[in-house]
Design a binder for this molecule. Structure first.
Ligand SMILES: [Zn+2]
Length: 77
């Protein structure tokens, strides 16, 4: 998986201290320069960190979706 310049990824912003969308601005080897769309501060992250975060985020999203499905089943009872 590659992170294209100009795409947006959810990442933990050290300035906002929350998960925010970050725009991928530059790539140098295995490092990416990303900019928080909320506070506009830049961070350098490895592609591994981005990948792990992406997977973690997708897993959390799936958990949320699963719990929503569970809730709707409960309502049917
Ligand atoms: Zn930020």
């Amino acid at each position: 998986m590659q992170f294209e310049i100009g795409t947006t990824r959810i990442f933990h912003c050290p300035f906002c201290d929350v998960d925010t969308p970050h725009t991928v601005k530059a790539r140098r080897g295995a490092m990416y320069g990303i900019v928080c769309t909320n506070c506009r501060n830049g961070s350098m992250v490895s592609d591994l960190d981005l990948r792990i975060y992406q997977l973690k985020w997708e897993e959390e999203l799936q958990t949320i979706l699963d719990s929503l499905v569970d809730d709707s089943y409960d309502d049917d009872d």
